[in-house]
Design a binder for this molecule. Structure first.
Ligand code: GLY
Ligand code: MN
Ligand code: MN
Length: 408
């Protein structure tokens, strides 16, 4: 029902007679005869709830047609179950279903209704076939309409995102409790691998398990170095549950106790993060959390003597403070360049993730070198402010130290 409501709402924006054509992702080869696990296209999944490869949805106000793989006894023994053409209409709320092999033939008939056609090609084999069928027609883009809808999460989505957040919170807590020097980064990663799998979820993105200096490599995913007593460990990991993402970063001392310089840097990031979160409510510009966090980090770094008053903040804080999150971890919407003037609307979910990354630079006081800190939470905009979906995961210095030493 939820998907039907979304399709109707999209069609209402596209005008009378509109016909939308949308396909899912192709299967991606990994190596030799092995493939990457299949992941449906996010826009397709949002509108259909269907998660099999080789499928195309075609819908107007009058008719919803789904093209999919037919049942095939032999193939299903090797590759897994298929919904099949007979079951599809009832299961997916469709009016008609055809084999994907009949796509070109049947699509020619479906586009014959004279209304505007909406389609975006991903240049994959199925989309190339669709393009060939449509070559005589004027075709309009539908992506921006779908993305505006995806920006505002409905209740069903918020529920799934809260579940994803809860799983990730628990995994981070386990990681804090079980980290000690001498372990390798991948051993800490295995806590997330196991916990996510145990809870019917997957990594929403390649996890970053970065000890010491590795935290200053923003997309560090090697996760293969030993953890040293005295260093911080930055973990950026979040699960995807029923195709909805969570995205959490915590930074904590491998020994269980922050050193004084680590505390100083950490507290600046935490103050920046809390102030940025507090600014989020409907009507506030989506860029506001970034402005607030950047100012606090700039002032803090100047106070510590790390940044000159006229210095470049981007030497130590080189990414934005957040992004929209949903079916994709970097979801459609708010954080895109031209959208910074947008304002928050109830139902948006964004991350707030300021950081400070101090490289091994002769100009820097040695006590601060190689410290990388990021703190990231997922925040739902509500009617009167916001709700942090990941709020139950500790982030105050004293609470981190307590949990690491198994005192809470
Ligand atoms: N994990 C990717 C990000 O924080 O944006
Ligand atoms: Mn992250
Ligand atoms: Mn993020």
């Amino acid at each position: 029902m939820i998907h039907q409501k979304r399709r109707s709402s999209l069609l209402n924006q596209l005008g009378d007679g509109a016909l939308v054509i949308i396909s899912t992702n192709p299967i991606q080869k990994r190596s030799g005869d092995t493939d990457y696990p299949f992941r449906p296209n996010s826009d397709f999944y949002y509108l259909t709830g269907f998660n099999e490869p080789d499928s195309v949805a075609v819908f107007s106000h009058d008719c919803y047609t789904i093209f999919l793989r037919p049942n095939d006894k032999k193939k299903e023994i090797w590759e897994g179950r298929r919904l099949g053409i007979e079951e599809a209409p009832a299961k997916l709320n469709a009016d008609k279903s055809y084999s994907i092999a009949d796509l070109e033939l049947e699509l020619l008939k479906l586009i014959d209704n004279g209304g505007n056609i909406f389609f975006d090609s991903k240049s994959c084999p199925i989309d190339n076939k669709i393009v060939d069928v449509l070559w005589r027609n004027e075709v309009y883009s539908v992506a921006s309409y779908i993305h505006e809808m995806r920006l505002i999460k409905d209740e069903h989505e918020i529920e799934l995102m809260q579940k994803a957040a809860n799983i990730s919170v628990n995994a981070h807590e386990l990681a804090m409790q079980n980290t000690k020097s001498g372990l390798f980064e991948y051993e800490v990663q295995s806590i997330f691998d196991g916990y996510f799998t145990k809870n019917n979820s997957k990594h929403a993105y390649s996890p970053i398990i970065a000890g010491g200096q590795n935290a200053c490599i923003l997309h560090y995913i090697e996760n293969n170095k030993p953890l040293n007593e005295g260093d911080l460990l930055l973990i950026d990991a979040g699960c995807e549950f029923e195709y909805y993402a969570s995205d959490i970063t915590r930074t904590f001392p491998i020994s269980g106790t922050f050193s004084s310089p680590q505390k100083e840097v950490y507290q600046i990031v935490l103050d920046a993060q809390m102030a940025a979160i507090n600014s989020i409510r409907p009507g506030v510009k989506v860029n506001e959390p970034h402005v607030i966090a950047s100012n606090i980090i700039r002032d803090g770094l100047i106070d510590l003597g790390i940044l000159e008053t006229d210095g470049e903040l981007s030497e130590f804080y080189m990414h934005r403070t957040g992004h929209s999150i949903g079916i994709d971890v970097h979801d459609v919407g708010t954080y895109k360049k031209d959208d910074y003037e947008k304002t928050f609307v109830s139902g948006m979910v964004i991350t707030v993730e300021p950081g400070i990354y101090i490289n091994n630079d002769d100009k820097i006081n040695p006590i601060y070198r190689n410290i990388g800190v990021r703190i990231e939470d997922d925040v739902l905009v509500t009617n009167d402010g916001n709700k942090v979906l990941t709020e139950s995961l500790v982030k105050e210095i004293k609470d981190i130290e307590l949990i690491m030493n198994n005192q809470i």
